[in-house]
Ligand binder design. Structure first.
Ligand code: KG4
Ligand code: ZN
Length: 343
């Protein structure tokens, strides 16, 4: 509808330069330039390489998004940008660009939390968020359970990983299995041919009564298992190990997410972040939610991994809620706490 806010969102917190454009809850464009190939040979994102790639990609990605949406910059009602958390140098590129556009266009700018944006993006697919909902956020940098009474200003942490993030565990296990970086999608792919019951790997903190996660023990257990196999001169069944590892992650994530819903009397669960693209996690979450009478919402995979549309979607909800825009000297904050939706 024409009276809904037209918002442009910029995302540069890690290795994806994203520019998204939404009108209210309607997605108009979601253009992404990724520097992932430049990081692959290092086995992880190199911050300086990511920052330079953002600089080079910012203007072309912006142009592509405007063209896709069929609008010109002066049409937008507001801009939104990821202010944190993320890589400091990478965030700075997006924040500086967003400030320049906002100043030149004399439009309001909203500096937003990357994690809240991973939750807010689901409005583009499934409409207004249920209030409250529990959100399971699983990405390369974060694994958290959140109670979300209102994604525009009230996000409460319930638990998080005490060591590696879920995506980090996928990436590290993929490396020991000889799969390319980032490993999540490759494990997902090869696991389809594997037996998830082949090996039982540890479910860290599964029964400790908290809503926290731990994945470093799991990662080490898989690495030790592979080493033992290689020492014995036996081949490593990559698909079976990938499937068994993936099962351990999906099991513990979904079990704790359901517990979080029960403990807080919430019957809506939302899963977001790059790992939410995982096919086994999606299937198991659906099965367990159906059994528990919980409604599950998971955005389509392309909206789960980092993108600009999620930032624009949160921006549009902030505009709708009448929140005050950020000051034009807003900082990029690499460790922005999850409780701060808007900077
Ligand atoms: O949200 P995201 O794009 O970036 C961060 O904010 O970190 O998440 C990236 C992470 C990577 O660790 C990647 O391996 C993982 O998400 N990932 C997956 C899948 N697709 C991406 N993990 C498991 N299965 C997938 N299909
Ligand atoms: Zn992310």
């Amino acid at each position: 509808m024409a009276d809904e806010p037209l918002v442009l969102g910029i995302e540069t917190s890690c290795d994806e330069t994203g520019v998204g454009i939404v009108r209210g809850t309607t997605l108009l464009a979601n253009e992404i330039a990724s520097s992932v190939d430049e990081h692959a040979r290092f086995g992880g994102v190199v911050p300086e390489v990511a920052s330079r790639a953002h600089l080079e990609a910012m203007v072309p990605t912006m142009r592509r998004a405007l063209e896709k949406a069929g609008i010109s910059l002066s049409d937008v009602d507001a801009l939104a940008v990821t202010a944190g958390p993320g890589l400091a140098g990478a965030l700075l590129v997006g924040v500086a660009a967003a400030k320049a556009y906002a100043l030149a266009l004399d439009k309001p700018l909203y500096g937003v939390n990357h994690l809240s944006a991973h939750v807010a993006v689901d409005v583009l697919e499934h409409g207004a968020l249920p209030q409250p909902c529990v959100a399971l956020l699983v990405s390369g940098g974060h694994s958290s359970l959140l109670l979300v009474p209102d994604v525009t200003n009230d996000v409460k942490p319930l638990g998080s990983t005490v060591d590696d993030a879920a995506g980090e565990a996928f990436d590290k296990v993929a490396r020991v299995l000889g799969l390319p970086f980032p490993g999540g999608p490759h494990i997902d792919r090869v696991a389809r041919e594997g037996d998830a019951a082949f090996a039982t790997f540890p479910r860290g903190k599964a029964d400790d009564g908290t809503l926290d996660f731990s994945f470093s023990g799991l990662k080490t257990a898989v690495a030790r298992w592979i080493e033992a196999r290689e020492r014995a001169g036996e081949p490593v069944p990559v698909a079976d190990v990938a499937a068994s590892f993936q099962e351990a992650v999906a099991d513990v994530l979904t079990a704790k997410a359901i517990t979080a819903c029960r403990e807080h009397g919430v019957d809506n669960l939302l899963i977001g972040g790059g790992v939410a693209a995982n096919s086994r996690l999606r299937v198991l979450a659906q099965e367990r939610c159906d059994k528990a009478g919980i409604t599950l919402r998971v955005p389509r995979p392309g909206l789960c991994t980092d993108n600009g549309a999620m930032v624009a979607a949160l921006g549009a909800q902030l505009v709708d809620a009448g929140r005050r825009p950020s000051a034009l000297d807003l900082p990029a904050d690499s460790s922005l706490p999850i409780t701060e939706v808007l900077v």
